[in-house]
Design a protein around this ligand. Structure first.
Ligand code: AMP
Ligand code: ZN
Length: 491
């Protein structure tokens, strides 16, 4: 079992050696989408980042249980700290039942996850199917003295909690800082302390979803669902809890408080946060209106983009950045990612065309080094961008072997293919074999052009043959003439 993985733990603010609680098993919980509308490409980045993390853990040989919830119940605290029932609002707007809304957008979300080659989690539990578990956790919190009920609502008692546990350990913010940010909010007057947060919300005449509880009719607070479902499926403490960076300061902080308050322990040993996808330097979000949908990118219908992009190109673009770094999406950035992607894919698809020759010890050692460096990069807090740089090195060696600049035997050719399968396909999750990933068969088109140029040269029409070569160079394709014939390379 590989024990060389180091990951950045938000809790300790440093990279730590990954030591699972019960090897070879690993419990991974990721906060999933709230399905009141279609996930935008920013939301997708978070799920792609954790898909890569899940893939690498599996690749290392761990038996991972991956839980990603679906929020289909409860009130959410929005960026202004207001309590909103997004699913209820959408249900009213679209004149549907709340769970019809969730079903409609879940179909889209599932289609997206398949389109972008995300592996399915082991379970995708919904909040609405776990109301009883949420009520039980709230009861434990009250029993332990960290919760109180007022007029049919239940709040988490942050002051009481702070007598026994530190609050704000994830974001590093103390309650005084929080106070400065807190506005006069609805329901605030019921709380004993401004930082107390809702565990159960009493029935409001506008609510479209209502459940019975020991405190009367109402619905659960947003944070409690993750505590209930992570405990149910992964135990009271497990290995990795993940989510977008924007969930760190409130949602995850409160999940820790609830878990400690109910069960006396932090839910996760490692807290991982993926960074945001930005548009023009600003976090892409529904509330700012600076978002677009994944299918707009694929269909080329977004006015911000000059052309359609394949899902694997978009995924590759995301993998080019480190999951903890912000990433700015633009037409330019996608075009350059596409160029790199095509260079790699073209080269990887040509591995089977290399003519095996005698063993080449130097090449063999270079390949072993590339493989070791890919692993080293992934072991270093999932550094996909360094891993991709190594894959470009590999593409260079493949091209040289193909063009007879160096020799490769079966052993080296197999190693090339294995590195591509392991890292490009399995770990980064790029489905490069999918014929749809390149809309046209570049190989046949290039063969036709190469044949036309060959005929022109045979007829001593050097003007035409030079014209073809120059036009291709301009388009980013270089022709390579050798004794064996002409081949091409994307530059
Ligand atoms: P939501 O459906 O709003 O609960 O968001 C689902 C996930 O998407 C959460 O983990 C968020 O952190 C994440 N998210 C929201 N906006 C962005 C963004 N611009 N870039 C990356 N992740 C995001
Ligand atoms: Zn959550």
């Amino acid at each position: 079992m590989n024990t060389t993985l180091h990951l950045y733990n938000t809790l300790s603010r440093q990279k730590e050696k990954f030591e699972p609680l019960r090897p070879p098993f690993v419990g991974l919980y990721v906060c999933g989408p709230t399905l009141y509308n279609e996930p935008h490409i920013g939301n997708l980045r978070t799920f792609i980042s954790f898909d890569m993390i899940y893939r690498y853990l599996k690749y290392m040989g761990y038996q991972v249980k991956y839980v990603r919830n679906i929020t289909d119940a409860g009130h959410i605290t929005n960026s202004l700290g207001e309590d909103v029932d997004n699913i209820g609002i959408a249900a009213r707007l679209e004149q549907m039942q709340p769970l019809e809304i969730v079903y409609k957008y879940n179909l889209k979300f599932q289609l997206l996850t398949k389109t972008f080659n995300l592996l399915p989690p082991n379970i995708e539990p919904t909040a609405s199917a776990h109301i009883q578990e949420q009520i039980e956790i709230i009861e434990k919190i009250i029993e332990n003295g960290f919760g109180y009920s007022v007029n049919g609502s239940v709040y988490f008692d942050v002051k009481k909690y702070m007598e026994k546990f530190p609050y704000g350990i994830l974001s590093g913010r103390n309650v005084d800082e929080l106070e400065a940010e807190t506005r006069a909010l609805q329901g605030q007057e019921e709380k004993k302390f401004f930082a107390d947060f809702g565990l159960w919300k009493r029935f409001d005449p506008n609510d479209m979803q209502i459940w019975r509880s020991p405190w009367g009719k109402g619905n659960p607070g947003w944070h409690i669902e993750c505590t209930a479902m992570s405990t149910k499926y992964l135990g009271k403490t497990f290995d990795i809890h993940g989510g977008g960076m924007d969930l760190k300061a409130v949602h995850h902080e409160n999940e820790i408080a609830q878990n400690c308050g109910a069960l006396g322990i932090n839910p996760a040993k490692y807290w991982l946060h993926s960074n945001m996808l930005n548009l023009n330097g600003k976090k892409m979000s529904k509330s700012l209106g600076n978002f677009f949908m994944p299918f707009e990118l694929i269909d080329g219908t977004s006015p911000l983009f000059s052309k359609p992009y394949e899902p694997s190109v978009i995924r590759f673009f995301m993998m080019m950045g480190h999951y903890r770094s912000e990433l700015d999406i633009s037409d330019e950035a996608l075009q350059s990612a596409e160029k790199g992607y095509l260079r790699l894919v073209q080269s990887f698809r040509n591995i089977s065309k290399i003519t095996p020759k005698t063993p080449n010890e130097t090449l063999w050692n270079q390949l072993l080094q590339i493989e070791a460096d890919c692993k080293k990069a992934m072991d270093d807090d999932f550094n996909t961008s360094v891993c991709i740089a190594q894959l470009f090195e590999l593409a260079g060696l493949i091209n040289k072997s193909l063009h007879h600049e160096i020799e490769a035997s079966d052993r080296e050719i197999e190693k090339m293919q294995q590195i591509v399968t392991d890292y490009f396909e399995t770990v980064l999750g790029i489905d490069y074999q999918d014929k749809n990933t390149i809309r046209f068969d570049l190989d046949s088109i290039m063969q036709m052009i190469i044949d036309i140029r060959k005929r022109a040269r045979e007829n001593k029409d050097y003007q035409t043959s030079d014209q073809i070569r120059d036009a291709l160079t301009k388009a980013g394709i270089e022709l390579k003439d050798s004794k064996e014939g002409t081949s091409y390379e994307i530059i």
